[in-house]
Design a protein around this ligand. Sequence first.
Ligand code: FEO
Ligand code: CA
Ligand code: CA
Ligand code: CA
Length: 614
Amino acid sequence: LTGCELNDLKLGFDSIPGARLDAVAVANGYSAQVLAPWGTPLNHQANPWKDDGTNTSQDQLNAVGMHHDGMHFFPLNGSSREGLLCINHEYIDQNALHPEGGTVVNGKRPAEEVRKEVYAHGVSVVHIRLIDGVWEVVTDSPYNRRITSDTEMDVTGPIADSGLLVTKYTTGRGVENIARGTNNNCGNGYTPWGTYLTCEENWPFIFVNTGTQDAGQERMGIPTSGTRYGWETAENGQDDEFTRFNLTPSGTDATEDYRNEANGHGYVVEIDPYNPQSRAVKRTALGRFRHEDVTFGKLKKGKPVVFYTGHDGRFEYIYKFVSAKPWNPADARRFDRLAVGSKYMDDGILYVARFSEEGKGVWIPLLEDTQTTSGQTLGEVIGSQAEIILNCPWAGDAVGATPMDRPEWTAVDPDTGLVYVTLTNNTRRTEVNAANPRNNNKFGHIVRWEEGMTATEFSWDFFVFGSPANGDGATNLSGLTELNEFASPDGLIFDSRGILWVQTDNGADEVEENTNDQMLAVIPSRLKQAESGEPDIGGDNQDQLRRFFVGPNGCEVTGLAFTGNNKHFFVNIQHPSNWPYSANAAEETPADVKVRPRASTVVIMKNDGGEIGV
Ligand code: FEO
Ligand code: CA
Ligand code: CA
Ligand code: CA
């Protein structure tokens, strides 16, 4: 944008009231359409979605997954009317997935049910196009594909060739650097060279180790009894399809069992949507933890490519990766996209953030010779570089990183390069620090920072604090009103013009009484400063935070993608309680119908066909 265009940028819609409906609400002058709900066939190997839960695992493998989350639109031939929508599927709802919910027979999960659950996770690449003003899925497009918790993929970076990926399966195949499946794909990112990035978040809970855990597994939170869905109990399918989720050693070494299976999980995964034959790649240099999302920093020719990614857990950390190679803009136009990914994402330094005091922070490199707070080096405390990457949270503890209030999405202002992060909530906080100043943080906040002159320093401030509108002076620190009160900020995405979109997940009761989860907009570069010196978000400012969209009952609003002309926004509705009864979101559910809610993408367009938001 030129400075002139930036000066003209302002929000062109009125904030809408909160809503609690089994339908979406969107600003005046806009409409919304349901696209690609869970179970939508991608090809003719899938039966149409059935409202009684009887679709098979093979149907699910060839259809859109469940519980949509992060998402990105990749245009075909630069079009804003046709492209590939990559959608994360974070987790599943067994009650909706199966006729009578998840079952257990003689202590075991039925293999067919488990297979359907495994296939409902992961990523969908969906070819979509606009026909007569309505977006539709292009069934049987060669671009359509599913990547699931069963899909074999490659592993690169420090964990590759470390021996940490050796299992009975890899040994049987005579290969090492592979992992089976991507799981609990939460937020996303994308790269300047046209690939999709999907982030593995709550993966520890699909594994169990009933034997003796090592310090790394314990710190990562891998369960010692039981898993989230009991997949490991299912009858053993092909290649230990399900028993591999049980990490408990049963053989004499790693070549005979699955003690290392979880070492292939917890990464940022790169997918080339334009090349359906390509394999997904786990980029381990960006760290192993419960990644929420990933965002690249403002690009500068000849400077490293930087990625930001937070660990969503109470008291967990924020990380950045700095590539060894300098950015060459010609790489954005190459067709061997995964080779470009290797160039910028396999070799570099991973740092963890310490917010030292208000305004000041340091990035601490996670390297073998980094000094820990106990005076030893990280290598002495944890081990090799591969073991440090495998155990990022432990490494963060050792170097004195700042425990945050659940880091969710990161976002980079295309104008200023400032980096924003949502800290969704942390009701267990009883001791504050500079960047997390509220005990029992029910409402969450957003912090932002600017990189310093060197790779190891940054400066930061608070952007906004969540609150109910009627919160008192101690609660409503940003002066929010009924038209922009929110809690639990989560999804956070800048569009190409510099508008920041904020999505919420499970607002605290005080806000939930007034509105379902929602999406708000603000233009940070246009905000005035309040007398306190903080951005004037809730005050009398024409570009203050405005509510644009409210989701249906029970849902979280998460994931946002744009066409290049900003005339079509794709928003995901995850875990609605009662929606959509049919593809027509306006149709009400008859009282005698058993509701089988479906996560879905919603497309938002302006009724006059104009750009959204302005
Ligand atoms: Fe999957 Fe932290 O949200
Ligand atoms: Ca999230
Ligand atoms: Ca969340
Ligand atoms: Ca979620």
